[in-house]
Design a protein around this ligand. Sequence first.
Ligand code: WQD
Length: 340
Amino acid sequence: MDKILVTGGLGFIGSHTVVELQNSGYEVIIIDDLSNSSFDVLHRISTITGITPKFEQIDLKNKAKVIDFFKRNKDLKGVIHFAASKAVGESTEQPLMYYENNINTLVYVLQELKNSNHTNFIFSSSCTVYGQADELPITEKAPVKIAESPYGNTKQIGEEIIQDVCRVNSNMNAIALRYFNPIGAHESASIGELPIGIPQNLVPFITQTAYGLRDKLSVFGDDYPTHDGTCIRDYIHVVDLAKAHVVALERLLNRKNKSNFETFNLGTGKGSSVLEVIKSFERVTGLTLNYTIAKRRSGDITAAYADTNKANMELGWQSHLSLDDAMASAWKWEMHIRKK
Ligand code: WQD
């Protein structure tokens, strides 16, 4: 069995990707520092797949520990790198923590990869690199814009670092996957999004409000130039997203990549407004969500949704699950973790 390292593998997207890797017959070893995840996710993964992934709690900011890990794991066939801090707001308050945690760790992992032959590297990137794109839907050719936050900047810088490494190391093969908005949870409700504290993202705030943990949802602005005045995003089910990582990895393992650094947008290709997400939630749960219109959140862009042609035609992947599927799974997950 090909052995794959998943850094940040106990996190939201990481854990779903580990499940899909195991379902596809890969041996998985996870590195996670547990700063934004919990150890029991390992058990939750095994309840889905019947296989407990190998796990090492390592802070990738510790260069010596990274070197030691790769010395002990020379048989890796690929690396999927999720490990990073990802809260947009927090990154504006603590930029250095974000640059250290998201950039230094990437550099240390790449330094080990560069010296080895397992050089298949999948990078967790984000549509945030586009900022407010000039044209919609957004293709991979859309210009990368000045980042709106240090978090977004770490994704841009990360891609540039990988590209520079690939340019001088022809044995290095990398794909940057630019996620749109990942939402939902595995159908088993054994794994899902576990925001710490007050959720920054829309969907966990909706489910926590519906459950009674939050008084109401604030819709950040209804005066945007969109059909209903609220922002539009491309909400992609996390299971569809996880499957895309296996497809991308196999593209590299089978040397199907056209160059040794490629980028793919991962979205549904469909934009949904905040109000449409709320309506979807109410439709699939039969609940009425308590929300109010509030002022705009600074840094929000009006609209973003993916042009999925390159992912569909070149990568050979497309999303299958709908917004309703995602909202129903998010609600099932919320009830499961609150044991309702
Ligand atoms: C979506 C929409 C809000 C909360 C960010 C990052 C992206 C990724 C996902 C890491 C916006 C509105 C939200 C609320 C609201 N991060 N909203 N009330 O900002 O599109 O993307 O998170 O992987 O890289 O950029 O996602 O879920 O925060 O917001 O009205 O309480 O919901 O204004 O229009 P966003 P989000």
